[in-house]
Design a protein around this ligand. Sequence first.
Ligand code: MG
Length: 341
Amino acid sequence: VATVELISEPLDLEFAEPFRIARGVRTHGYNVLVHLRDGEHEGIGEAAPTVYYGESRATVLAALEVYREQLGDDPGAVRSISERLARTLRHNASARASLDMALWDLLGQRVGLPVHRLLGIDPTGAPTTSFTIGIDEPITMARNAAKAARQFKALKIKVGTEHDDEIIQAIRDVTDLPLYVDANTAWEPKEALRHIERLAQHNVTLIEQPVAAHDLAGLRFVRERSPLPVFADESCVGPHDVARLAGVVDGINIKLMKCGGITPALDMIATARAQGMRIMLGCMGAESSVAITAAAQISPLVDYADLDAALLLKADPFEGVTLTQGKLTLPDAPGLGVRRR
Ligand code: MG
């Protein structure tokens, strides 16, 4: 007999500006909020489904009906529940992520501790987050970069266009902040090397997902010749991907919506560290402060954070993690520490 009640509701998010990457443009996120109630406390979670990873709001709602039957009668056994859900219905990671973060939120409230404290994580070690500059005309991207440079300590630059060189040059003309460049699978391996050689002359920190997600041989080819560290994002979905990427890339980008929540993300971090890999913690384009705050709870464990999605929204219905000159400040409140505005 389940002792927690699961309630879901749609969460429509709108971007302040259309957000373009190499694969396309988005204006809205059609997310799902979940609430887990034990009669005394209520945990909250968010699913941010993306078609690229095979999910939509409809698949999330359908998956939640399957997972509802698998929550069991001990909501504090988050690790067991996480594994059981993944075994019962694979993929559907954003649906599982919403439940995983709600379970951690609930557990934190029950014991009166922030999730990061439950996990033994030092909140003072939280990193700065980069701010993402979506694809646009080079002059517009430079203008957006100049504006972001007043508040952030690093920028993520989306490329994979006809004029990538002009983009980086235009941005370098307005800021000398560290740049994380993300090609979102846009290039062929040899083409990627030509781009990376030029990027390396512009003090770029790392190159993310230069080639197709399935092309691990291409990633390895690029990494062995690249003057810049190569990170995998689309090639690194869940825990099982981390070990096979060892020696193939220098680092990975972990996202709760790809892997299924905080619990599998912790496994990915441990595996990546054991393999000597660097770690970025990222997010999907459209996430409110519910999902962003959940990711921020484990951010002191990683090297780079790219947790800016809630800042790209026209309106964020929630508040949680805050920023001070680009540095993440974790809420000192039980559970996730997220509240409706
Ligand atoms: Mg990426």
